[in-house]
Design a protein around this ligand. Structure first.
Ligand code: GDP
Ligand code: MG
Length: 207
């Protein structure tokens, strides 16, 4: 849940990167961590116990500078995508202000993407949240694999599977190289800060 601290003129928001296991959520955060000046980011915490799979979650605090005199502080989280970590995914979503759904283009992950998006919808419902009331963007990651023999899905196929109803902004990305990573982050941050500020104003008008 966002915190607006009027005395310190700070806004704190929580953005969660969601998606099936191994779609590239941690890679997004690592790229952001490595690319940002240390003044603008805190320590990246990865609670990772087996190889490169996130078994619990990652957390990266960022300071995105000022908007209208307010310091924007964002905490990026990832969820563990593996089916068995349902309880952790739900917990990480608590108080979420904005979401990035990262999709894997591997043909073998087609169903995993669809299942993960449905799982996100169910988890949001448990917090009385809905897709169309949340800042949410899609990221089609690993676009570099399209030029390899690995069977991958086209953007049209991913759109058909994941974005036919949502009709939200989608970014193509190659997270390992950083392509599309900041474009995704900028858009979700913009939407989230806007959403949080609007909600805060409405609450003030109708306490
Ligand atoms: N080819 C390619 N591999 C990627 C890309 N992004 C992530 N990966 C790889 O996919 C694997 C899983 O990534 P990770 O970030 O740990 O996935 P997570 O489970 O969603 O956090 C790792 O081996 C990454 O190096 C990408 O854009 N292209
Ligand atoms: Mg991970």
């Amino acid at each position: 849940m966002a915190i607006i601290d009027l005395s310190k003129r700070e806004v704190h928001c929580k953005i969660v990167y969601y998606g099936p296991g191994r779609c590239g959520k941690t890679t997004n955060l690592l790229y952001i961590y490595n690319a940002m000046n240390s003044e603008h980011r805190g320590k990246m915490i990865t609670i990772d116990t087996k190889g490169d799979r996130t078994l619990f979650f990652d957390l990266l605090p960022l300071n995105l500078g000022k908007i209208r005199g307010f310091n924007i502080r964002i905490q990026l989280y990832t969820v563990p995508g593996q089916v068995m970590y349902a309880a952790t995914r739900k917990l990480v979503l608590k108080g979420v202000d904005g979401l990035v759904f990262v999709a894997d283009p591997l043909k073998v992950r087609k169903e995993r993407n669809i299942e993960s998006l449905a799982d996100l919808g169910r988890n949001l419902e448990e917090y009385d949240l809905k897709f169309d009331e949340m800042p949410l963007v899609l990221q089609y990651n690993k676009r570099d694999l399209v030029d390899t023999p690995v069977p991958t899905m086209s953007v049209d196929e991913l759109t058909e599977d994941l974005n036919k109803e949502l009709k939200i902004e989608a970014f193509e990305a190659i997270a390992v190289k950083g392509t599309g990573v900041f474009e995704t982050l900028k858009e979700i941050s913009k939407q989230t800060v806007h959403h949080v500020a609007t909600k805060h104003l409405l609450n003030k008008q109708n306490p």
